[in-house]
Design a protein around this ligand. Structure first.
Ligand code: FAD
Ligand code: DLZ
Length: 507
């Protein structure tokens, strides 16, 4: 009997563990574009093009190596529409006795493959995904017996263990974390750099055509599609980032501006998440820039912390807590997601800007996801499930293992503080400080209540009032609750009324 090796759409990595010890004479490699994966949320059109095109380019590379590949196109009439269905179908046709796969990134897909094992008479070997720094067992060891699972401590262990940005056992530059230097606002006249984007080649154009025809109603424009779909191009994007952009990454990490979706961010998350780049090579390259004095420590440490720290940590949390993590709802939030998350039609300039950037690029940088759309959903009491489904759909880098802890945990505090020590709730003042959005908005950011006031202001206070019993004992929330305690009942009622009025109207 023969062995089948399944490669998923986010396993586009030449050294993927499922391909090791491949017997070229007997084994079959399977890649399949399937309806179930393309529609479990209504993915942004660019995300679909990125994944299908990267899969097709990878398939081409495997064929060039004379690997025995079965590639199932989306429109193949025999395509059963699911990963399990395709494994079953190809296994039956080829006398397959064993399936080897690198562990899927999502709980849902893992269950699907495990179920397959019991239905079909196939031995299933699930291999570790060693593209990450920390195997599951490493995170579990760290988490065992801890009351508090804060990222910062996990990150320090990762630094020590990998030796990344370490000098003789001490953190390079003398500190573990340089975040305090990373909150500058963008100077008004700064010339932001043009970014390397990749014009679609013939394979990508064919996929674009298919996506337009098969997913006409999905959110997102393809006009600006410029993602790398091959490892070669992803490496060019990495080179460009490290040599041109990284030096200013730290300073302006939290800055936002109209018409400037990328600022000094890396745009590397889609490549990391589908496997065109590995976290190790990205961190190594960033560290080299610091060692060669081509980028300052606040930029390099800040960047590496996102990958070696946050990215590894949220994956650890996901697998530590799933499947229950998806049901967390600390505040009991049940509001449906407002339609302007899809249409961008709202007078709140910050939200319309972020939704527009998202539609154009399937991208929005972290602070926009957290402090604009995430902040609004938190303050308005949007259901974590609805918000999560939106984030999972609209970003090119969205996979549940990384999206869910960021949305449900970091942004919506739905896990009650497992991931974040306090909710990332902010009024308009924060948005005004970190962006130019408010100067172009019809609402007045300096007004706390009333028809003209910025909705983030009264929604912020109404959120604190509504959740006082759950939040007021949090030491990090003492300041706002102290402020609130000085206000009259009438003033508080006014804020609550403003919030209700705003939320009950259709923006
Ligand atoms: P940069 O700012 O250049 O950061 C460098 C790299 O660090 C990123 O490429 C990414 O791999 C990693 N990184 C940064 N922040 C995080 C983080 N909080 N968690 C994990 N990795 C991080 N990231 C995803 O990859 N997929 C998602 O689906 C996703 N959903 C998110 C949802 C919400 C509500 C929030 C607040 C954040 C989410 N993030 C997600 C994290 C972060 O916003 C993106 O990784 C980042 O914006 C990607 O852009 P970039 O590559 O330019 O990142
Ligand atoms: C996201 C995605 C999409 C849109 N399509 C496919 C596909 O057709 N075939 C496939 O193998 N993988 C796809 N993926 C990625 C899977 O959903 C991914 O492997 C899981 O999200 C697990 O991380």
């Amino acid at each position: 009997m023969r062995t089948l090796r399944l490669i998923l759409g986010d396993q586009i990595t030449p050294g993927i563990s499922s391909l090791r010890d491949l017997d070229r004479a007997n084994d079959i490699v399977l890649m399949a574009e399937v309806r179930a994966e393309a529609s479990y949320v209504p993915h942004h059109k660019q995300k679909l093009v990125l994944i299908f095109s990267a899969m097709r380019h990878f398939a081409e590379a495997l064929r060039k190596e004379h690997i025995n590949l079965v590639y199932v196109d989306y429109l193949n009439p025999e395509n059963s529409g699911s990963l399990a269905g395709e494994v079953r179908r190809i296994a039956k046709q080829n006398n397959i006795g064993k399936l080897i796969v690198t562990e899927p990134g999502e709980w849902r897909v893992l269950q699907e493959l495990k179920n397959l094992k019991s239905e079909a008479e196939i031995t299933l070997e699930i291999r570790e995904d060693d593209r990450f720094f920390a195997p599951h067992s490493r995170f579990e060891k760290w988490a065992a017996g801890r009351k508090s699972l804060r990222m910062e401590y996990f990150y320090r262990e990762m630094r020590r263990e990998t030796g990344i940005l370490m000098d003789d056992g001490a953190p390079a530059g003398g500190e573990w974390n340089f975040d305090a230097e990373n909150r500058k606002t963008l100077p008004r006249n700064i010339q932001l750099p043009d970014r390397l984007r990749f014009p679609p080649d013939a394979i990508t154009r064919e996929v674009m055509q298919m996506v337009v025809e098969q997913f006409p109603e999905n959110f997102g424009d393809l006009a600006n599609f410029g993602w790398a779909t091959t490892r070669r191009d992803a490496l060019l994007a990495l080179d460009e980032f490290v040599s041109q952009i990284l030096p200013a990454f730290g300073d302006y990490q939290d800055a936002m501006r109209t018409g400037a979706p990328f600022i000094y961010h890396s745009l590397l998350s889609p490549y990391l998440n589908i496997g065109l780049l590995t976290p190790r090579e990205v961190c190594d390259k960033a560290e080299r820039a610091y060692r060669d004095s081509n980028a300052p420590i606040n930029a390099v440490e800040g960047f590496i912390r996102q990958i070696l720290g946050w990215r590894e940590y949220v994956r650890g949390i996901y697998w530590h807590k799933m499947p229950d993590y998806a049901d967390n709802n600390f505040f009991g939030a049940i509001r449906p997601l407002p339609s302007f998350y899809w249409t961008g039609k709202t007078d709140m300039r910050c939200i319309s800007e972020v939704v527009e950037q998202t539609r154009s690029h399937a991208y929005s940088h972290h602070i926009q996801r957290l402090m604009i759309t995430g902040n609004f959903a938190l303050l308005a009491g949007v259901s974590p499930k609805e918000a999560s489904d939106w984030y999972l759909a609209v970003y090119a880098d969205a996979f549940e293992w990384v999206e869910l802890p960021n949305t449900s945990g970091m942004s919506l505090f739905a896990d009650g503080g497992l991931l974040a020590s306090k909710p990332y709730a902010a009024s308009g003042a924060y948005i005004n400080r970190m962006s130019n959005f408010c100067s172009e908005c019809r609402y007045e950011v300096k007004e706390k209540s009333g028809e003209r006031a910025c909705p983030f202001n009264y929604l912020y206070w109404a959120f604190l009032i509504r959740n006082e019993s759950k939040l007021s004992s949090n030491p990090r929330m003492r300041m706002p609750y102290r402020t609130l305690s000085k206000w009259s009942d009438e003033a508080k009622e006014r804020l609550i009324d403003d919030a209700q009025r705003f939320l009950s109207r259709k923006e």
